[in-house]
Design a binder for this molecule. Structure first.
Ligand SMILES: Nc1ncnc2c1ncn2[C@@H]1O[C@H](COP(=O)(O)OP(=O)(O)O)[C@@H](O)[C@H]1O
Ligand SMILES: [Mg+2]
Length: 263
């Protein structure tokens, strides 16, 4: 944002992660360093198994790095926290609760008055286009609708950082496009720091201010591409000549890494 001072929100400092298993040690991340600015939208792309989820889980505080540290506002991340909202590919909803109750969960954990929890929940249910489904149960909803509930639930916690791990990965192309557009709109209205993983290059370029390309395992940052396309963006942005240029550039880099994996 021109003229606006922005501070580093997330500082990922030389993160190394290995998993020890029956068949030896897997190095998932090998020295990842990255700064993500306040309110920035960053997408991470890379071949399957390159450590994207591992990195997100470490930032979320769900996994511990073997060495190196992630910092939020300069403080080391050691645990999960309400200031970081996570959305996974598989919507983790409470099946026995209605949409409204699912979205109210976070505010209620903060012990806000019930009426306030409800009004916060209704606001985000509306924002993700689910008005009218407040009293539905997850099993009555399509995959796209469930994912909208998961996003509304993350927003209702009012996190400073949204961590999204292929949140639209399981959806059909049309639903996916619609949710991309909604997420863009939401972010344009209510900016938050977004760390969004996808292996869809189009999705990454459409959403992000910067696309971080990871190398094949052990994951490192291979390149960072600035997406110099102004917001507001929508699906038509995918036809922008600059979009197509960036797409070719990012796609080639990702494809090279994919070939590495196949070797
Ligand atoms: N809990 C785990 N135990 C052992 N190996 C794991 C575990 N989680 C991930 N891995 C391995 O670490 C590598 C990176 O995985 P992941 O972060 O899930 O990659 P991505 O999300 O980019 O597909 C893969 O080789 C995967 O098999
Ligand atoms: Mg993953």
């Amino acid at each position: 944002m021109a003229g606006e001072e922005r501070s580093v929100k997330l500082h990922i400092d030389n993160v190394y992660k290995e998993y020890k298993g029956e068949h030896g040690t897997t190095v998932a991340l090998n020295g990842v360093t990255l700064d993500i600015m306040e309110n920035e939208f960053v997408c991470v792309v890379g071949p399957s198994g390159c450590g994207k989820s591992t990195l997100l889980n470490i930032i979320a505080g769900l996994h511990e790095a073997t060495s190196g540290t992630c910092y939020l506002d300069g403080k080391p991340i050691t645990d999960v926290g309400v200031e970081r909202g996570v959305v996974f590919q598989q919507y983790a909803l409470f099946p026995w609760q209605t949409v409204l109750k699912n979205v109210m969960f976070g505010p209620q954990m903060k012990r806000l008055p019930k009426a306030e929890c409800e009004s916060i929940a209704r606001k985000y249910i509306k924002l993700v286009g689910l008005e009218g489904f407040e009293n539905s149960y997850p099993k009555e909803l399509s995959g796209g609708m469930k994912q909208r509930v998961a996003i509304a639930r993350a927003y209702a916690n009012n996190p400073e950082v949204l961590l999204m791990d292929e949140p639209f990965g399981a959806l059909d192309a049309q639903t996916r496009a619609q949710l991309q557009t909604e997420l863009l709109k939401t972010w344009e209205e209510e900016q938050k720091t977004c760390f969004f993983i996808t292996h869809d290059v189009d999705e990454a370029i459409l959403l992000a201010q910067r696309v971080v390309i990871m190398s094949a395992r052990p994951g490192r940052i291979k390149r960072i591409v600035d997406v110099d396309i102004p917001y507001p963006r929508d699906q038509a942005t995918k036809n922008d000549p600059r979009f197509l240029e960036l797409k070719t550039e990012v796609w080639n880099e990702v494809y090279q890494e994919y070939l590495e994996v196949r070797k």
